[in-house]
Design a protein around this ligand. Structure first.
Ligand code: MG
Length: 170
């Protein structure tokens, strides 16, 4: 049996991960409209990963005989006055998600729910990587974003990103 409070937070996290996917799909649309198909590809793949995260939480809950409830997914909210706004909104969002994961971890720790702590270890590491990736994208845009030729090359680089399934299996 999972700790009741932990199970509730994990169920909320399912919704948060689906929201992340939704947000990144909206980012992808923004870049498609701007003609930056590499950036659009990068965020489309990011959205795929977020759906995977949601499903990992679902699977974990189901494996532990906990009820899964799908709530309404919020409309993506972000400011899009420039390309950089989107990238920064991405980093802010990942920091927010890191806080959510840490909060579940803390609650599992308090409840001596060692199984959930072990499950969440992968997400703690993953959030570190997500923040690094979001930061690197901002740095590249700062360096190269104002020069059209460099932006073209950066877009080409991001077009090469391919999807790979998460390394965590349950
Ligand atoms: Mg995620």
């Amino acid at each position: 049996m999972l700790n009741e409070k932990v199970a509730e937070l994990l169920n909320t996290q399912v919704n948060k991960e689906f929201y992340s996917a939704y947000l990144y799909l909206a980012f992808s649309n923004y870049f498609s409209e701007e003609g930056l198909n590499g950036f659009a590809n990068w965020y489309r793949i990011q959205a795929q990963e977020e759906r995977d995260h949601a499903m990992l939480f679902v699977q974990y809950l189901q494996n532990n005989d906990a009820k899964v409830t799908y709530e309404a997914i919020e409309k993506p909210a972000f400011k899009a006055d420039s390309h950089m706004d989107i990238l920064k909104a991405g980093l802010d969002h990942e920091r927010y998600v890191t806080g959510l994961v840490n909060n579940i971890y803390g609650t599992a720790y308090e409840g001596k729910d060692f199984r959930t702590m072990q499950f969440l270890d992968w997400f703690v590491k993953e959030q570190g990587e997500e923040e690094t990736n979001a930061n690197e994208l901002i740095k590249k845009m700062e360096l190269f974003g104002s020069d059209p030729k460099s932006l073209y090359l950066l877009d080409q680089e991001l077009a090469a990103r391919t999807y790979s399934a998460p390394s965590l299996t349950l």
